[in-house]
Ligand binder design. Sequence first.
Ligand code: PFF
Length: 458
Amino acid sequence: MIENNNQIRDSFGSKFGVIAAAAGSAVGLGNIWRFPLVTTQNGGGAFLLLYIGFVILIGIPVMLSEFSIGRRAQLNAFGSFKKLAPGTPWFLVGSLGIITAFAILAFYSTVAGWTLEYFAQAITGKLSHVNDMQKNFADFSSQTYRPLMWQFIIMLVTSVVVFAGIKKGIEKFTKILMPVLAVLILFVAFRSVTLEGAMEGVKYLFVPNWSAVSFKTVLMALGQAAFSLSIGMGTLITYGSYIQKDNHLLRTSTQVAITDTSIAILASLMVIPAIFAFSPGSDVASLSPGPGLVFEVLPDVFKSMPGGSFFSVLFFFLLSVAALTSTISVLEVVVAYLKEELKLSRGMATLIAAVSISVLGVLATLSFGVMKDFTIFEMTVFDLLNYASANIMLTFGALLIVIFVGWRMGKSDFINEISNQGSLKSNLFKGVYFIIRYIAPVAIGIIAIATFFIQGIV
Ligand code: PFF
């Protein structure tokens, strides 16, 4: 245990706890409402191979970099850079992380709130009586109070878990819910692939179609990998600071990445084959990732599926759980910062973080209703937060993090940290460092610049 502010610093109590919490952060709406469609629309197996390549080449090294920064410094994302590179502007990377956390949680809590509404609609049976799913979603999301109420509930539950602390809050919550989530996804995916006609969907998902791959696809694969693994903004620096000194960080990073990728693939098997089985005419290529898929197409699919109302309850429950285990990790970034840098109590830090993020969150939620015509750079507040954080801030964050570890922290400190002061030996350590120092910055750099020019707002 390490002393901090004269208190014993809270930490994860077990290896499984670390994996549950970090995989809980990684597995979220990104896996379920984005990955399946992005994959099918961008070359199926071809996209999948690119994606897996990015996870191995960039995702795991960045995750390991973040864990090692946090565990070495024993501080929040901002404080870690200040401590490891005192008197330099590197703390700005930490500040970028805190701002990104703000932006992500503001729009993510809107969507997380919608999942609760749909869970409620599924459990009360309302969803199975809706005739026009598009209208149902538009009617709900354009309201003022109801979406705000769900967003508020999400922020409240998130705050309660974060307030309870690392071991007694985040670890306990994710240790119970992540296995439940995995079992439910397996169960629903099994139902989906065993439906008649489902195999067409499986084929569409996995058979590589290289002609659909363009440079933009490559950008999307990296953006999706970063968002899905929760890298590039300090979530994993923050969690890393709670990991015990004897944890094998490379192994943990690999396990988290494998879990996240497996769940994304299972989520695709849950979603795409079911759509093919029940709406063979529906053109998967024309669906847009996000609300359309999860809140319009899937409820229709559940309506036609035998036992569909039961599966829709399970589905929206698992979606809410996936969202919540991610929201807590983002809130913790801001709470740890306020607590340690401004020396606030955990309760006060949680309150201030949750209230200030919610103010921005309200604007995101209302982007679908009364504020739908309020645009900045031709985007609603929701779209702007989503675009700026997922496409720009995370990519730049990841770039700066690998440059920090590769060029500032340096080989001996990094290897010392990931080998637990030399007690672990592996030939991989030097290889990962090489990737972090040379390969990852070049690859992420090219993509960061290209993202800016290709889809950029300037
Ligand atoms: N990884 C989450 C998802 O795929 O939905 C989203 C996310 C959570 C992004 C936490 C970033 C983060 F720090």
